[in-house]
Design a protein around this ligand. Structure first.
Ligand SMILES: [Zn+2]
Length: 321
């Protein structure tokens, strides 16, 4: 069961965009005849994606919902992927990116939008489905040609594999997710100061936003090594113990965010990395005061649907809860 914190309202076990209620039916999707029958199922539904945007109804309301179409619209799609079974109903995602915008809207309706605009307001199953659709169709659009011989590739296994069409090559490629670590660095106090956490801001962030540090895992690196390297590169702070906390699919465009808590072994901040324009230590009182006065463009925390926010809230709960 998900445990909900009384102070933060956070669910301890699961994050937005991660909802396991969809059965991915991985063994069945290997079977082309089973997939044909799934397409003919009376309850089969399809999520449209157009150039990384999902189709959402009620955009101007506080309760937007995903719009699904019947699979007959697939004849206009450039790519179709089987996502899984919602109960008995097969769910597909279809890419209409090759259509001009007016044509896509004429066929499918208005409401194509960036999932990040509406994610916090969507139900968890819908947010997870839209994220899955967007992420896997992004992969297809960017893997139309073989990375080894440059021939065209073709989708297989319901869209969970692409195979090179060059008979000399036949290289398979599977949908990829880029692992990135994201870390709340804590100085536990006891040095004359209170416990505090390290937050930084990138020049690309919205105005006033400070967030946990993050970076991509490089080849030959463990996630714990990435945490230590990124924190030191971005802030000059050395990290001791590193502990895994949670992960979140983040298909913007293709990441898996792997969340850690790390204990600082030094406190001095040194900024000589272009990725970060400022980094500061925040105490629990600083963050509680910010929340009490209201976040705005002078100072704010990351979006409520992000693991960055989750890591901050979990820390705040532990220190001030
Ligand atoms: Zn090839």
């Amino acid at each position: 069961m998900a445990k909900t914190s009384s102070r933060t309202g956070l669910r301890a076990s699961r994050l937005k965009y991660d909802d396991p209620s969809l059965d991915r039916a991985a063994p069945q999707r290997e079977d082309p005849q089973w997939l044909e029958r799934a397409l003919e199922h009376a309850d089969a539904r399809s999520l449209p994606v157009w150039r990384n945007q999902n189709l959402v109804g009620g955009l101007e309301t506080s309760a937007p919902t995903a719009i699904l179409h019947g699979v007959e619209m697939h004849r206009h799609a450039s790519e179709v992927v089987f996502l899984g079974l919602a109960g008995d109903a097969p769910v597909f995602a279809a890419d209409y990116s090759e259509l001009e915008e007016t044509k896509a809207v004429e066929l499918l309706g208005e409401g194509f939008t960036d999932l990040r605009r509406v994610g916090p307001l969507l139900s968890e199953p819908e947010a997870a489905l839209l994220a899955y659709a967007r992420g896997i169709l992004f992969w297809h659009r960017n893997h139309r040609y073989c990375g080894r011989c440059a021939a065209a590739t073709r989708s297989r296994k319901g869209g969970h594999l692409r195979v090179c069409t060059n008979p000399e090559c036949r290289r398979p490629s599977f949908p990829r997710t880029d692992p990135a670590v994201i870390v709340l660095v804590e100085h536990p106090g006891g040095d004359g100061g209170p416990p505090r956490c390290l937050l930084g801001r990138s020049p690309h962030f919205p105005p006033g936003m400070y967030s946990t540090l993050a970076g991509f895992v490089e080849p030959g690196e463990s996630m714990e090594q990435t945490v230590r390297r990124e924190v030191f590169e971005e802030s000059g702070v050395e990290v001791g113990e590193v502990r895994y906390l949670a992960s979140q699919p983040w298909p913007f465009p293709s990441s898996l965010m792997i969340g850690f808590h790390a204990t600082a072994a030094s406190t001095g901040i040194r900024l000589d990395d272009d990725e970060i324009e400022d980094a500061r230590w925040f105490t629990a009182d600083d963050l509680l005061a910010l929340k009490a006065r209201g976040e705005d463009e002078t100072l704010c925390l990351p979006r409520t649907d992000s693991i960055a926010r989750y890591l901050i809230e979990v820390w705040l709960e532990a220190v001030a809860g």
